[in-house]
Design a protein around this ligand. Sequence first.
Ligand code: NCD
Length: 303
Amino acid sequence: MKHLTGISDLSDSDIRALLDQGHDYADALDRGDFRSDRLKGRVIVNMFLENSTRTRTSFEMAALRLSASLINWDAETSSLKKGESFSDTVRTLGAMHPDALVIRSAEYEAPHAVARIVECPVINAGDSWREHPTQALLDTLTLERHYKTRGLSGLTIAICGDVSHSRVAGSGMQIFSRLGAKVRVIAPPFLMPNKFPADGIETFTSLEEGLPGCDVVMMLRNQKERMNEDLIPGDAAFHRQYGLTHERLALANKNAVVMHPAPMNRGIEISDDVADDPQRSLIFTQMKNGVPARMAVLDLLVR
Ligand code: NCD
């Protein structure tokens, strides 16, 4: 495997190897004595053309934890603003021979386009609404660590809200199904995808119908920047119908956990008290696990 453009690039054994390596890194980070020279002397370029807090910083943390250097290329101060084309910009970065390029872009299959231009491994850090494979890996790592298991069989996972614009859902549906979970999508009809990247996904149009029997409830932000028109009737109305509150969470299985890739829009898709519930919310644990999951990806791809 040279690049990571999506979960669909990975064989079952690649997925297992990445997760196992992620667990090892997570254990080492938890012990608090982590030092590794694994990528000493390597230089990685972060190329983010969309805003990011977690993904960009955790790729940087992952690179530094492995002793690589990392350049945060900045779109705002780049020559894209002088009219340079995207492909010339990528050619320029490629000409400097980085050891890996991490790309986030709103353009469909931008990682594929970059991989055709540069010689180094290309890692997808979020491609349009299509795939966000490192988020799916960190979400799976979080669930395996929470349930102290390898694989997700026996779990029913509901992905809820704006699924049609979500690359997190696009990658999550694939990895969760491949690891043996039952996957449900709960979305209003106007945010329900018309096709799915995995077989056997069950669909529901209300939380009341979809949550009973679920072990994991993953909420998503309304990604208005990807909507061509204003599909959402209003934030308050959305919360009343599709917001995750404790009352609704009680419909899921006892001890069901809550996930969210964040950024959260509190009071819209999720209430404050659910987001901050120390017993039920894994949201900040997901953020923590972004580092070891991305360390595993860099470890595998960067030589
Ligand atoms: C998401 C993204 O950018 O795809 N966040 C993330 O990477 N953790 C989800 C979102 O923007 O809503």
